[in-house]
Structures are given as structure tokens and as C-alpha cells.
Ligand binder design. Structure first.
Ligand SMILES: NC(=O)c1ccc[n+]([C@@H]2O[C@H](COP(=O)([O-])OP(=O)(O)OC[C@H]3O[C@@H](n4cnc5c(N)ncnc54)[C@H](OP(=O)(O)O)[C@@H]3O)[C@@H](O)[C@H]2O)c1
Length: 260
């Protein structure tokens, strides 16, 4: 019977097409932990076409950080492990400039086994300096996506490559252009890890296949919003996607499925 660690290794091997054969149904007596692991991650381990999944960890009142930008930690240990597992399954992990500015994250896989994904930062206006860890530590290839009018040929930011993209009509970068640019580099499975502005832009553009919102039992009462979408007139105009639900310690992960 597979334990959680060997099952996770099998999921990684399946993702990397290393010939892993998984029991699609766990044998009788398998633990609830193994069953949940398989159920949550098998759709991503089996993924063979371009796919984008976003994640945000939020409070009961829909905040991802305090007003000053502190987000360590809104959600608990199990959600942190979950984000590292999603990183390990993804080809690329993407965050907005605000997240780099506030968190100086490493965006590597440290809480589980697996390879680091390529790290991607959206900094359309080139406001970030070279001193952040993702641009300096050399832990994984790193791309900065910027508006074409802000990029000189061959320019780098620390160790990161700067990828020029055209501006969309609103002056920013279009989510579909981002996905196409990453796919052209073989980065087909994209994990968008925040923050709220970045994930909202992908969602509004219809550029997400799944959205994972982990809700922690805490009320912040103020702070940076999770999703911010255009106004609607009536509640029935809200999105009502198909859902999967997983309990992660004290938190609950709601996974919205837009495309299988
Ligand atoms: N709880 C969680 O799950 C979680 C996850 C990640 C981050 N966080 C927290 O969230 C906060 C940051 O989130 P945030 O929503 O404020 O910012 P963010 O989404 O990290 O970054 C937003 C910024 O990135 C740039 N950007 C993103 N998408 C763009 C696009 N399509 N086109 C052009 N520019 C684009 C813009 O930069 P410019 O305005 O500079 O042009 C935009 O203002 C931090 O406090 C962080 O700690 C929480």
C-alpha cells in the first residue's frame, strides 16, 4: 500500500512522464490522507496540455494580507505545503510585482520533494530593482515579464531574463499573451500564486482553468483584497463554477473548475 511520501513521488513521476503507474483506485484500507492526496493532485499530475491554476490564501472576509502587506501566514501549514506541491507539479510559478515587493519570496519547492519551477514575475513598468531573492539566488531560471517599451535587447535584472511583451489596450500585459509567451518556452502548466491583483486579471481575462481559494478561519477586517472583479448588478450574475472542496487542517480549499 503506498504511503503519502511514495504516493507523492509517484504523482511527480507521472507528471514528468517517467512511466509511473498509479493505482487509480486506492486499495481498501488506504488512509484518508493518501486518498485525499491522490484526489487533489492526480488531475494535475496527469495534465498533458497547457493549463493554468491560480491560488490565493484568504481570510473569511476575503483578505490575503494586512493593509501594510503582511501575509505570513493567513492560511496554515497544510496550505503552505499545498502551494509547494503545486509549485513542484507546475512548469512555471508566476507572481505579480506587489508580491515580490512585499514578500521577497523564493518561489522554490522546499516543503516537499520535486523540482523548482521556472519563476515568473510580472513587472510591466519595471518598478522592481535587482536585489530581490528571485533575481539573485540563482535557485531556478527566472523571467521578468515587462512592457516592450521598457526593455532593452538582452537586458537582465540580476540573474533574471527580461521578456518583452506588447501592452494590452489597458496598458498592462494581457493574461493570454503571458500564457502564450510561456507556452512558447515549453512552460505549459502555469501556477499563478498571487497576489490578488494578478489573479484577478487572469480570472477576468478567462485565462484560468482552475482557481484555488483556501479560506482560513480568521477575520482580518481590513487589508489587501483577494479577488477584485468588475461590478455586477445582481447576485445571480456572479460566477458559480463547479467546485471541489478539501480540508487543509483548519482551512478549507475551494477549487473552482472552469475547464477540465
Ligand atoms: N495570501 C496569499 O495567498 C498571497 C499570495 C501572494 C501575495 N500575497 C500578498 O498580497 C500582496 C500583494 O498582492 P497585490 O494584489 O497587492 O499585488 P500582486 O498581484 O502581487 O502584484 C500586482 C502588481 O503586479 C503588476 N501586474 C500584475 N499583473 C499585471 C498585468 N497583467 N499587467 C501589468 N501589470 C501587472 C502590477 O504592478 P505595477 O502596479 O507595479 O505596475 C500590479 O500592480 C502582498 O502583501 C503579499 O504579501 C498574499
Amino acid at each position: 500500500m503506498p504511503d503519502e511520501t511514495s504516493l507523492w513521488r509517484s504523482l511527480l513521476a507521472l507528471r514528468q512522464e517517467k512511466g509511473a503507474r498509479l493505482p487509480l483506485e486506492l486499495p481498501p484500507g488506504a488512509g484518508a490522507g493518501e486518498a485525499a492526496l491522490l484526489e487533489l493532485y492526480l488531475p494535475f499530475a496527469e495534465r498533458r496540455r497547457p493549463y493554468a491554476v491560480a491560488h490565493l490564501g484568504q481570510s473569511l472576509d476575503g483578505r490575503i494580507a494586512t493593509a501594510a502587506g503582511a501575509s505570513h501566514w493567513v492560511t496554515g501549514e497544510e496550505d503552505l505545503l499545498h502551494t509547494h506541491r503545486m509549485r513542484a507539479l507546475a512548469d512555471a510559478i508566476l507572481v505579480g510585482a506587489g508580491t515580490v515587493r512585499h514578500d521577497d519570496p523564493q518561489l522554490t519547492v522546499r516543503r516537499c520533494s520535486g523540482d523548482h519551477p521556472v519563476r515568473v514575475v510580472i513587472d510591466c513598468e519595471r518598478r522592481l530593482g535587482p536585489d530581490y531573492r528571485v533575481f539573485q539566488d540563482g535557485a531556478a531560471p527566472t523571467l521578468v515579464l515587462a512592457a516592450i517599451d521598457h526593455v532593452r535587447p538582452g537586458e537582465r535584472l540580476g540573474a533574471a531574463e527580461i521578456v518583452p511583451l506588447p501592452r494590452a489596450a489597458d496598458g498592462g500585459l494581457a493574461a493570454h499573451d503571458i500564457r502564450a509567451a510561456l507556452s512558447s518556452r515549453g512552460l505549459d502548466f502555469l501556477f499563478v500564486e498571487g497576489g490578488g491583483v494578478t489573479v484577478s486579471r487572469f480570472l477576468v481575462a478567462g485565462a484560468l482553468d482552475r482557481l484555488q481559494l483556501t479560506v482560513a478561519p480568521i477575520i482580518l477586517g481590513s487589508g489587501r483584497p483577494s479577488l477584485s472583479l468588475p461590478e455586477i448588478g445582481e447576485p445571480h450574475q456572479g460566477m458559480r463554477p463547479r467546485l471541489r472542496r478539501f480540508v487543509l487542517g483548519e482551512d478549507v480549499l475551494f477549487e473552482c473548475i472552469f475547464h477540465d
